[in-house]
Write a protein that binds this ligand. Sequence first.
Ligand code: ATP
Ligand code: MG
Length: 579
Amino acid sequence: MSIIGKSPEERAAACWQPTSDALEQPTNDLGRRLLTGLPDGSINIGFEAVDRHVAQGHGNHTALIWLSKDGAQQTLSYGDLAAMSSRFANLLYDHGQQKGDRVFVAMGRRPELYAAALGTLKAGMVFTPLFAAFGPEPLRTRMEIGDANVLVTTKSLYKRKIASWRQEMTSLRLVLIVGDEAPDDCVALAPALQEASTEFLAAHTQTEDPALIHFTSGTTGRPKGAVHVHGAVQHHALSGRYALELQPGVTYWCTADPGWVTGTTYGIISPLVNRVMMIVDEAEFNLERWYGIVERERVEVWYSAPTAIRMMMRAGSEAARGYDFSALQFLASVGEPLNAEAVVWSNEVFGRPFHDNWWQTETGGIMIANTRAHDIKPGSMGKPLPGVVAGIVEPDNGGLRELPDGEIGELALRPGWPSMMRDYLHEQARYEKCFNDGWYLSGDLAMRDSDGYFWFVGRADDLIKTSGHLVGPFEVESALIEHEAVAEAAVIGIPDETAGEIVKAFVTLNSGQTADEELERDIRGLARKRLGAAVAPREIVFRNALPKTRSGKIMRRLLKARELGLPEGDISTLETDEK
Ligand code: ATP
Ligand code: MG
């Protein structure tokens, strides 16, 4: 049933509604079994992540090893984190906040951020992380959309990006400044934490109580504020165990910043719930630093993203020589398609392949993954996790039709898994559009093969129609980066009178390569051999960098808008850029 043209009530009914049935799916039970829960059936993410481990006698186990930018190191046990987060929860209540209030955090990866996240969740308030690198406008817009009540930030960020408009945001009642000092209208976090008690009983939140708001990356347009509930922790627990091999005591490093959903779900919640030892690095990507951390900290499970992996590949295998990566047991990647090339490369360099997995801000956790349970097919995203029902669909008479294996269509999921978003803030219509005919629609195109593996084709918006062929950018980009000179590639469709669209590629080169006509011809030749003349790019442009979001995703829509002289749209998440 299509929801277009229906009354508001019918539209609401057509979307997914939480029912006790959905929450009692047998696979949800699998996730629940990894948790303790609170009396009267309530469930609290913060409690599951730290307090229960302390209650079960693991208070002395290391929870977090923090590596500061300047080389200092701090180790926090589960007991330390429980106490720090309890202080933070008490502080919120001491300053008049209430259950359900929204606590925003904009700061670098420092221990206070982790205490704030866990304390907010234990307090039954809603945690919303933002990238510290956002400018004043992206910070303000997101805080307005999310009706921020509390902000935790640093003095410098506050002065540069927030002070000028803070008074205009009437919902914002409390600004906490990391450190010992704060401007007059703010509260210094360090002394306030010191005064607060280390005893706090986690709020008895219900499965459907809001816990987290995550803004999407803004790759395809204006970012959306996806709301997640406390019950999501069932999937956080389960997916960490199945897709990332998170076991108690494992040394684990998730390189994502908590400003992006990966950095919170798999950089805070899932690892702590699974009682691992997390590495947190305050610094940004630096090849030697990263290799040094993996070696020195004896990282066993490493979760990163294609953009970082491609940067490592760009530096060449020689740069990795001499490091001891022997502790590594399991490598995983998310955020963008992981080219087959990268899987093979990592196997050679680290002795382990990167396992690609697929999910979205909206899904709240990993949905499809290459796990240890089955062989990797390089270039594929893997198979749905337990409790996840995925299909490939296409529109059919106002409803949807499931496509057979081997056909390309929209990747859809059966609604009801615990970490599914429950709303896009203030955007009911956009939320409703994600659901149709008993499916959640991802907006991504994919194909399932006869072995049940899913293959990413491209975002629905990025699909190119050229001379009667449908071309997914991923296929073309993967062929381009097979060329030894190419580091990264982004492919878009340019309107053309005869072909409908022609394929145009933007590429960056590996270090030591020179961009010239001969190289362009050579790359085009390889693409033609791999893809055929109809699909291979007609034009290849060399760039020093590609426009990317702060979560490391190539913004093809921006390349296209610039190419066609169209408005650039929302670029609040843009990080690297070169026009
Ligand atoms: P917006 O929704 O604001 O445009 P976004 O979709 O990039 O931004 P995220 O939720 O951070 O925001 O990213 C999810 C998207 O990232 C997926 O829909 C998919 O397009 C892409 N993605 C994530 N993992 C993979 C993967 N393993 N392979 C291919 N694409 C992936
Ligand atoms: Mg999206």
